[in-house]
Design a protein around this ligand. Structure first.
Ligand code: ATP
Ligand code: MG
Length: 435
């Protein structure tokens, strides 16, 4: 027998039961984003590799070891499957001049690709909802983003998430802190692991993010960025904190929160939970005022965040989020050639009236078709046999009665069918429900 082909490791099929939950979530998310005035944008999954090395930073986990990069076999161009959305979004905004004269509130969602070790909550193809606000400088928009997250958690009934907050300051402040940090780490070079030694001069801030337990005490005593923050940075940060206090959103200051992408400055935040094991960060974001200029645009402040959808959906399920399996309004059973033709006609016509119908396909006795009708979750069955064809009518049979008794059934003329179904199933009066 031929060997079956399996999906790529770390890239998941999302099967119908689960995909229903995804769609439910996506519907809720769309309403949520609209409520804050954010508009959709869709970017390609593949981008020129330099976009990411320039935006995310050469010496980051993502660019150094997680990107799916390849050479286009036809023209030799270096391409990468996007590992995140912010760089693409900013590229698109600049390419199409969207920032000319107007700030932008944008969102996107879709798959991202990172070559990581797959485990619960960590995949090689995963999905994010990304939210970006470009052209806004004040702390109000940082706070808006955090409040949006809180509202989404509340809408979904998600509990046990914590907000961690930090300020990364300005490039100047970071520069001075960086110099102090390098001097300190050089003074303790014997305690650095290979990764840290390699990053000492290229990206020392990332060393603070190390998970190596042997380096924790060294890190604890390192010079802290918050000791280097100046008046303007602190005023911006105080602004964010004041809005959050007003909104009643608790947060924990974490001066070690640095994020794995180089483009952040000022406010950074993460939402984390203890309920998902090691992969506890469900959402992360912050300000990236330098990125637009770094990608060749006229300097423009910006901030944004991304939600890890797989992790959020896992947490949603932990918190009682359930799939409501969408059922058709009606299931159409039929027997005989003329009946089948009438069934098609009736089904199409009712779909035109806004009803959802599953038309039985594949034949079988009325009894076996009725079993399928029941299992479909439909409110009612439409039964069509020779008698119905003769009478130019169908039999409407209720499948779900409150007391579990066999449902009422009656013959309805084709002309009145839409009206009758609306009245019977949904208590609706319909002016032009006839077919
Ligand atoms: P982590 O520290 O967990 O690797 P990150 O800092 O690399 O996360 P970001 O680049 O900030 O993550 O992405 C935002 C969110 O996307 C994360 O908070 C997480 O919820 C989700 N995410 C990131 N990488 C993955 C992955 N490989 N699989 C599933 N979700 C992911
Ligand atoms: Mg990561």
């Amino acid at each position: 027998m031929t060997q079956a082909i399996k999906a790529v490791r770390g890239m998941n099929d999302i099967l119908p039961d689960e995909a229903d939950l995804w769609e439910q979530f996506e519907d809720a998310a769309r309403d949520w984003l609209r409520a804050y005035g954010y508009r959709p944008i869709r970017m390609p999954l593949v981008e020129p590799t330099p976009l990411f090395s320039r935006a995310i930073g050469e010496v980051t986990d993502i660019v150094e070891k997680e990107m799916y990069s390849f050479e286009d076999a036809l023209n030799g161009e270096n391409l990468t499957l996007r590992p995140e959305g912010t760089a693409s979004c900013v590229r698109a905004v600049l390419e199409h001049n969207l920032l000319y004269n107007a700030p932008q509130r944008l969102y996107y969602s879709g798959p991202m690709f990172r070559h990581e070790r797959p485990q619960k909550g960590r995949y090689r193809q995963f999905h994010q909802i990304g939210v970006e606000a470009l052209g806004f400088a004040g702390p109000d928009i940082d706070a808006e983003h955090i409040m949006m997250c809180q509202r989404l958690w509340d809408d979904l009934g998600i509990e046990d998430v914590r907000l961690e907050l930090n300020s990364l300051g300005s490039p100047d402040e970071r520069g001075r802190h960086r110099a102090a940090l390098i001097a300190y780490l050089e003074g303790h070079a014997d305690q650095l692991d290979d990764d840290a030694r390699r990053r000492l001069h290229s990206n020392p801030l990332r060393i603070l993010d190390t998970k190596n337990p042997l380096m924790q005490s060294l890190i604890e005593a390192a010079p802290r960025l918050d000791e280097y923050l100046g008046e303007q940075t602190l005023a911006h940060f105080d602004g964010v904190k004041a809005y959050l206090k007003d909104a009643g959103i608790p947060f924990r200051l974490n001066h070690r929160l640095v994020r794995g992408l180089d483009y952040y400055n000022l406010t950074v935040f993460e939402w984390t939970t203890d309920r998902l094991g090691a992969q506890g960060t469900i959402c992360a974001g912050g300000r990236y005022d330098g990125l637009v200029a770094q990608l060749g645009g006229k300097p423009s402040p910006a901030c944004g965040f991304a939600i890890g959808m797989e992790r959020l959906l896992l947490l949603w399920q932990e918190c009682g989020g359930q799939t409501e399996r969408p059922a058709p309004d009606l299931y159409v059973v039929h027997q005989g050639e003329a009946a089948q033709r009438l069934a098609f006609r009736v089904a199409e016509s009712l779909r035109g009236n806004g009803f959802a119908l599953t038309l039985h396909c594949g034949g079988g006795s009325f009894k076996s078709q009725m079993k399928k009708a029941d299992a479909s979750g439909a409110q009612a069955a439409l039964i069509i046999g020779d008698d119905e064809v003769q009478a130019n009518a169908v039999t409407l049979k209720l499948l779900r009665t409150a007391d579990g008794q066999p449902g009422e059934q009656r013959r309805v003329g084709i002309d009145l069918l839409g009206e009758e179904i609306a009245r019977t199933l949904y208590d609706l009066e319909d002016d032009d429900g006839g077919l």
